[in-house]
Design a protein around this ligand. Structure first.
Ligand code: NAD
Length: 333
């Protein structure tokens, strides 16, 4: 693997995943441009804001003129920008579709026209829906249960159709991400449970037997960086699941409690929503030799340290940690 590209555009680079990814890219000497709304804080990339290799563009990926201005000179795009969970999407489905689907077409077209060589798309393991098969591999048909997932699947389809010599497309389907980030999300399974355990000493589990696949934020960001370096023929038009620890929510709650080593009450309540997700990540391990180096326990410990250091201000109430609450507070059209 060699460092093939220099200029990387990260859409949504000021989000949960982006704000860990961008400093890592800079550390590896990439030149990085971020296009983001910065709705979760203008400060999330402050640790690297003086880096001359970083360009921060506050803007909307639906703005075609902005894309035409900012994309030229880009070698590779990592496309993260998204209304990135079901509740935020459902809050305003028109907005969700315009960002998550409609904007994808001009983005891909301009990228291709401007000779961007590689396009890495953050899809989601939720595209499968709920499967009975023990191993949910990339070959299984997609049965998305929500519009958020449906449009991820449709973007995948469009990207694969758009692939051409010199324009290499790679699709990653990450599991639920966990761990600390300067733009933290406390609305993701492991992070929710850890927050409640640390700050409430009580975790409420609805149901419990539903499975959730997970991936540590350090691993998923390492994977995006590695994705810039694989040879074209290895990844062109490929789709990979990226998730390692399929656990039930009840197991995750126990794991959180054990890792924190504090007195935490776990309360079980019934739920109608018994959707259970699990994925196999054998293909990415076999073909790309990608193995995770971090565990759920690492994520819990990282969050515990961040709480202890006061890095997470008012975790139960601050809306910046909750996508749905931030989206509710804004009137984005
Ligand atoms: N976090 C997870 O567990 C997870 C799992 C699977 C897939 N993904 C995918 O990974 C990507 C990143 O997820 P995340 O957790 O960092 O989400 P996030 O919500 O923290 O980040 C998304 C970023 O995109 C920006 N954005 C949204 N719409 C925009 C627009 N129209 N123009 C400019 N910026 C815009 C937001 O301001 C935000 O900073 C998303 O595409 C998400 O669907 C995330």
């Amino acid at each position: 693997m060699s460092a093939k590209f220099k200029n990387i555009l990260v859409t949504g680079g000021a989000g949960y995943v982006g704000s860990v990814l961008v400093p890592k890219l800079l550390k590896q000497d990439y030149h990085v441009k971020v296009i983001d709304w910065y709705i979760y804080g203008d400060d999330v990339l402050d640790s690297v804001k003086e880096d001359p290799r970083l360009t921060q563009v506050k803007g909307d990926i639906r703005d075609v003129d902005l894309l035409k201005k900012e994309i030229p000179g880009t070698d590779a795009i990592i496309h993260l920008a998204c209304i990135s969970n079901d509740p935020s999407y459902e809050l305003n489905p028109g907005l969700g579709k315009s960002v998550n689907y409609d904007a994808f077409f001009p983005l891909v077209e301009i990228a291709k026209r401007q000779k961007v060589k590689r396009f890495i798309f953050a899809s989601s393991s939720s595209v499968y829906g709920v499967k009975a098969e023990p191993n949910v591999t990339e070959e299984l048909p997609l049965e998305p249960l929500t519009d958020y997932s449906k449009y991820k699947a449709l973007c995948e389809e469009h990207l694969l159709k758009s692939q051409a010599p010199g324009f290499v497309a790679l699709i990653l389907r990450p599991a639920t991400v966990c761990g600390y980030s300067p733009r933290l999300r406390l609305d993701l399974t492991v992070n929710i449970l850890t927050n409640h355990a640390v700050n409430h000493r009580k975790i409420t589990v609805f149901g419990g037997e539903q499975k959730r696949p997970n991936i540590h934020i350090e691993d998923i960001t390492d994977l995006y960086i590695k994705s810039l370096r694989y040879e074209d023929e290895v990844i062109a038009g490929k789709i990979y699941n990226a998730g390692y620890e399929n656990h039930s929510v009840s197991e995750i709650a126990q794991l959180v409690k054990k890792t924190l080593g504090i007195d935490v009450e776990i309360v079980f309540k019934p739920t109608d929503d018994n959707r259970s997700y699990h994925i196999s990540s054998d293909k990415i391990e076999k073909e790309l030799k990608f193995r995770p180096a971090h565990t759920i326990e690492d994520a819990v410990r990282d969050l515990k340290n961040a709480f202890a250091k006061g890095l997470i201000k008012d975790p139960m109430n601050n809306i910046r940690y909750y996508n749905i609450k931030t989206m509710q507070s804004l009137n984005i059209k």
